[in-house]
Design a protein around this ligand. Structure first.
Ligand code: NAP
Length: 309
């Protein structure tokens, strides 16, 4: 039988949460193994210039942040596997993590698998991603000073994004597929009272057009089928997020939307299994807050070994 070496720490996820955890944990000498996923880097890989990452006054490209974080983690002894974790067994120690038919064992685990924005799902959306199509007004709003933008969605996120964008944009059109918002009343009221925001009800975006950047959208009224073209500079998609927690179903506590439930923002119900970043945090969802979560989880791993060695 093949003998599997037991790692001290396996980190699942290669975005800012996982990589920040790896930097701290590797400096502590835990030689973490990061199962970083095929796309190794998370949502930052979908962005272009990030202007709000502290330390980079001229901005830095999202993928570059990931490259630099990985380098920093590697320097202190982190190892990487750029494949997706496909299964996990937390029923006994050491914990087992599977990557297809390969098995890895570890004394502790940090789960930092993140969440993915949900997208409309049309081809042109992919084409203009990072070039006028965004899922984060906090990140990209300031690029739209005096421009015309649309926000897609009818939940609290869409309201929040629309309101935030009014600080920069000349006009914000909220496109919603139904005739009523899902958002809380207070958020709806704020949106409906804001003179910069107008709502296009019962409509969906069928196509995003432009040369190098977004220039217009074709929207369809869902009841009449009528189509019209709107000149816009930006499309903000705010139709929800999906946490990457499929492999933890039935093994760790999660809420109705699949976000992991934590104690003290870091601990799970299983000893030595910690959580960081968007996989539990549906609220802040920033690279910097995810990084901070990774650091907290790594410090918890240190505490774990201090108590268990
Ligand atoms: P959400 O509540 O699930 O709303 C998603 C919205 O997107 C819905 O209006 C939905 O339409 C629409 N949608 C879904 N798929 C779509 C598609 N393919 N095409 C077009 N529209 C689509 O998600 P969320 O707004 O991200 O909020 C998530 C959770 O965080 C909620 O519990 C929310 O209250 C909370 N949150 C709170 C705050 C706050 O309190 N400040 C801020 C942000 C989020 P339908 O309505 O037709 O389903």
């Amino acid at each position: 039988m093949m003998c599997v070496m037991t790692e001290k720490l396996i980190i699942i996820g290669g975005g800012p949460a996982g990589l920040s955890a790896a930097i701290y944990a590797s400096r502590e000498g835990f030689e973490p193994l990061v199962i970083a996923g095929f796309a190794a880097g998370g949502q930052l890989l979908l962005t272009t210039v990030v202007e709000n990452f502290p330390g980079f006054p001229d901005g830095i490209d999202g993928p570059e942040i990931i490259i630099q974080m990985r380098k920093q983690a590697e320097k202190f002894g982190t190892r990487f596997i750029n494949e997706n974790a496909t299964g996990i067994d937390l029923s006994s120690k050491p914990y087992k993590i599977f990557v297809e038919d390969k098995k890895y064992e570890s004394e502790t685990v940090i789960i930092a698998t993140g969440a993915d924005s949900m997208w409309i799902g049309i081809d042109s959306e992919k084409k203009f991603m990072g070039r006028g199509v965004s899922s984060c007004a906090t990140c990209d709003g300031p690029f739209y000073k005096d421009k015309d933008v649309v926000v897609v969605g009818g939940g609290d996120s869409a309201m929040e994004e629309a309101l935030f964008l009014t600080r920069f944009a000349k006009s914000v059109k909220l496109i919603h597929r139904r005739d009523a918002f899902r958002a809380s009343k207070i958020m709806q009221d704020k949106v409906l009272q804001n003179p910069k925001v107008s709502v296009i009800w019962n409509s969906v975006i069928e196509e995003i057009k432009g040369d190098k950047k977004v220039g217009s959208v074709i929207i369809k009224e869902v009841n009449t089928g009528e189509r019209k073209e709107l000149q816009v500079d930006g499309v903000f998609v705010a139709i929800g997020h999906k946490p990457n927690t499929d492999i933890f179903k039935g093994k760790l506590e999660m809420d109705a939307k699949g976000y992991l439930v934590t104690k003290n923002e870091v601990e799970t119900g299983v000893t030595g299994v910690f959580v960081a970043g968007d996989v539990y945090d549906s609220y802040y969802r920033q690279a910097v807050t995810a990084s901070a979560g990774g650091v907290k989880a790594a410090l918890k791993v240190r505490e774990y070994f201090a108590e268990h060695s």
